[in-house]
Design a protein around this ligand. Structure first.
Ligand code: ZN
Length: 149
């Protein structure tokens, strides 16, 4: 656990203990479930999309601190955004975790930047990207669920 403790920065802990948008949306028109078998993280994502804009978002689930914090930060960064913008943030976030030399737009990443240290722990990357793969599945209408495998 000592290596992992280095990842547990203040913002990450805050998102884990007080996840943003942690609720089911009854009026959601796009939903998906995601599962990361490597760690046991599960997430249900609820989106309300009107005219190409994510007007509301919520999530529920159980999982490790990284998966919860990442999901919480994701909902914060995509709420009120156009779908193209959400895709751009996903692209930036994925690059941050998988391409050490990538040029990143930290304004767009916001709190997500605090998860950059996860890149050094390959098995934890799946925890961090679970919410994002679930987002893509919801947008593509794959409500049966996705796994990170
Ligand atoms: Zn996890």
């Amino acid at each position: 656990m000592s290596d992992l403790n280095e990842l547990y920065q203040e913002i990450l802990l805050d998102h884990n203990s007080k996840p943003r948008n942690f609720r089911k949306l009854d009026q959601a028109n796009h939903t998906a479930d995601g599962y990361n078998p490597l760690c046991g993280d599960r997430i249900s994502l609820y989106l309300q999309i009107e005219d190409g804009v994510i007007t509301d978002v919520g999530f529920q689930g159980v999982g490790c601190a990284i998966s919860r914090a990442s999901a919480s930060m994701m909902t914060q960064s995509i709420k009120g955004q156009k779908l193209e913008t959400a895709e751009q943030v996903f692209d930036q976030f994925h690059k941050m975790l998988t391409e050490p030399d990538a040029e990143l737009d930290y304004d767009q990443l916001g709190d997500l930047e605090t998860l950059a240290g996860v890149a050094e722990f390959p098995t934890r990357i799946k925890c961090a990207v679970l919410a994002w793969h679930t987002l893509r599945a919801a947008l593509e209408g794959k409500s049966d669920g996705v796994t990170t495998e």
